[in-house]
Design a protein around this ligand. Sequence first.
Ligand SMILES: Cc1cc2nc3c(=O)[nH]c(=O)nc-3n(C[C@H](O)[C@H](O)[C@H](O)COP(=O)(O)OP(=O)(O)OC[C@H]3O[C@@H](n4cnc5c(N)ncnc54)[C@H](O)[C@@H]3O)c2cc1C
Length: 465
Amino acid sequence: MLQTLPKTLSSTGPWSPLQSRLQGAVIAPEDPQYDQARRAWNLSVEQRPAVIVVPKGSADVVKAVRFARGESLGVAVQATGHGNVRPANGCLLILTADMQGVTIDAVAQTARVEAGVKWGVVLEKAQAAGLAPLLGSSPDVGAVGYTLGGGMGWLARKYGLSADSVNYFEVVTADGQLLRASQTENSDLFWGLRGGGGSLGIVTGMEIKLYPVTTVYGGNLFYPIEQAREVIAHYREWLPTVPDELTSSFALMNFPPIPDVPGFLRGRSFVIVRGCYSGPVAQGEALLDYWRTWRTPLIDDFKTMPFSQVALISNDPVEPMAALTSTAWLRELSDEAIEIMVNSSNPALGSPLAFLEVRHAGGAITQPQASAYSNREGVLNMQMVGAIFSPEGQTALTTFYAQVKQALQPYLTGKVYMNFLEGEESRAQVKHGFSAEAYQHLTQLKAKYDPENVFGYAFNITPAR
Ligand SMILES: Cc1cc2nc3c(=O)[nH]c(=O)nc-3n(C[C@H](O)[C@H](O)[C@H](O)COP(=O)(O)OP(=O)(O)OC[C@H]3O[C@@H](n4cnc5c(N)ncnc54)[C@H](O)[C@@H]3O)c2cc1C
């Protein structure tokens, strides 16, 4: 574990001046921990930083950034490695693994969360106080990285994005200053950090709002894949009738033929309707009548559940894996768009997808906010995920995503959700992650806060000239 690394790893050699300034560890390429430390959760990410710093707190982050500037090194940040945009090659990589503080204020209904904390920890502590954070489908994702990109989870239609619920960020800027950014302090920086990713600074901590959600009605309805077209068309008719307390999705899921997958799912495909209702459970149950009286699903695990178990709805993989994600905002679920998605997900037609999911956004997300996140009108977010088994497989997957999106072109808004893009596609598509005005404003903020693009491993925002 990185947390147990000795402080003196690189106390001799070229990095000793850096190590002597820090409380946390410095890991150099010749250190035995280097290979483990440079690893990302997404195993397709291959990165070789010049040096890795594991700060103990914001003072270490300040010193590391100042050191990097002195050595003309770029600075990358990694909490978990779930969302790599540009591999941290030849730069100073800050691993936030040792910044694990979480403090809940049950009266104010807030949490202060440090940079390395995963959502699962915030969820557990907040639930103990009868409160819920706006985490996403996986509790294994970093709270800060997720929030910087927007953050759309199972309570999004009721309470909005995670970025909308930040009271303040503590952030180290490229000139090595520790600032607080909120509605009233450095408000331009606050605007940019709410959805603009980590390109303006390194967030060392944030205070977020929590909500009084302890019990939800949630789960999955599995239907035979042969019924996918009818299920999605039925889903399309459902959406205009559902309240904001319900956040839902449908997924075309291809379970791999591996022993880890339960026998009745192994190697099989399904169309799945998923959801989380955060109002009174009796109302949630009544909402599901729409489906239960229509056709009996193969599996129906919608039930009353503690919100602490919300991760069971998506059951995202926890173990590190090599995967690639792509995304697009859909304008509508036309019959032709449904046909394209169903065929694109069909392994018998050569689909490489593990799943294709369309999430229902809208609701509270559409409320105007002073934030860089600006594709608020998008209501249907499509995400495609495929596993990577070889570099050729990665190239083929990239081409496949482009083909699917080309076929869906008439039904896409042309915008993307940055949290669901990685690597090259994230860098290429960044302008479409924002409204034109918001992107332009981000480039101006970049010119003000990071004109030399020291944080060029985050969302690819070019400083305005
Ligand atoms: C299994 C899975 C499930 C997901 N579910 C959802 C979901 O439901 N909703 C959703 O919106 N997204 C979801 N995501 C996307 C996720 O929010 C992004 O990948 C996010 O960037 C992950 O953040 P991280 O810190 O865990 O990852 P990392 O790869 O460690 O960080 C990603 C990027 O965030 C930035 N960053 C991280 N920490 C800091 C910091 N302290 N300061 C400045 N910048 C920082 C850096 O630019 C870094 O490159 C999911 C991803 C996966 C793989």
